[in-house]
Unconditional design. Structure first.
Length: 278
């Protein structure tokens, strides 16, 4: 492979965005809401990501977890020096943002179909804009089913929105792996809830995001139930560094996920995910 590879996105300086709100979601995860200081970046599609730069510490790729005009929301889990800094930012702090990058969710391919949206852990963040988009245009889709899994009740976030989604017409099912004494809901993996949605594989499309093992298990379960692989979309993760297709850190087989992903159909992802990440 030559560098930069063909189709690499030109690198641009970050645009300044100001934190206008920070909401603590869990013990190590927060949502930061950003407004442009000057001109806004081009519009993001659901599933695309930004490179968010904390001045003095570096930048990380972050999915957009809500789209509201020029305003961007990112849900950040503290997992390293940069994300730890971003996760604790307070209102008024200025960060740098580059983007939009990558291929997002193909909602047009799901037009008129029943939707199965399956999220595990932080995978709910890049799926949240999908839920918002389809519930805002109910005439464009069939039944909307949202299945959410987390390690424990304390690891769930956006919980205050679940009832809003139900009121808007979605079926929302939630499960955890490790319940506590207050939990009264389902226990187990998300695949245990998929069958309860009653989706018709002949007219459905699926959007899946979460830990890789969860996505593989969900996609294979959907295949067994008759959903064609090209109608199962996944958002993949590999170590991204530049976000523009120049450095090669996110290469997965023939794909550079910052450019050709992160969203790909299962028929493309399946043979690539059979190779262990080094």
């Amino acid at each position: 492979m030559t560098f930069p590879p063909p189709g690499a996105v030109p690198a641009r300086p970050p645009s300044p965005y100001r934190v206008v709100m920070r909401k603590e979601e869990t013990a190590d995860t927060s949502t930061i809401v950003l407004d442009p200081v000057r001109s806004a970046l081009p519009p993001f599609d659901p599933g695309q990501f930004a490179m968010v730069h904390g001045f003095g510490v570096g930048d990380v790729p972050l999915s957009v977890s809500r789209l509201e005009g020029d305003r961007l929301s990112h849900t950040v889990r503290s997992a390293g020096a940069v994300s730890a800094r971003l996760e604790t930012l307070t209102a008024g702090t200025v960060v740098g943002v580059r983007g939009p990058y990558g291929a997002g969710w193909d909602l047009s391919a799901a037009a008129g179909r029943d939707l199965l949206i399956v999220a595990g852990g932080l995978g709910l963040a890049p799926l949240r804009p999908v839920i918002g988009a389809v519930l805002a245009a109910p005439e464009g889709f069939g039944r909307v089913n949202v299945v959410i899994g987390a390690r424990s009740p304390g690891d769930l976030f956006y919980g205050e929105e679940f009832e809003t989604w139900r009121t808007a017409g979605a079926t929302v099912l939630v499960t955890v792996d490790r319940p506590d004494e207050t939990w009264r809901g389902d226990v187990g993996v998300v695949t245990g809830l998929v069958g309860r949605t009653g989706f018709d594989p002949g007219r459905a499309a699926a959007f899946v995001c979460g830990p890789e093992v969860m996505m593989r298990a969900t996609a294979r379960d959907l295949l067994r139930r008759g959903l064609p692989p090209q109608r199962i979309q996944l958002s993949l993760e590999r170590t991204m560094q530049c976000g523009t297709g120049h450095c090669g850190h996110c290469q997965l087989g023939p794909l550079l996920l910052c450019r050709d992903g992160p969203v790909v159909p299962w028929n493309v992802a399946e043979p690539l995910l059979a190779v262990r990440e080094l």
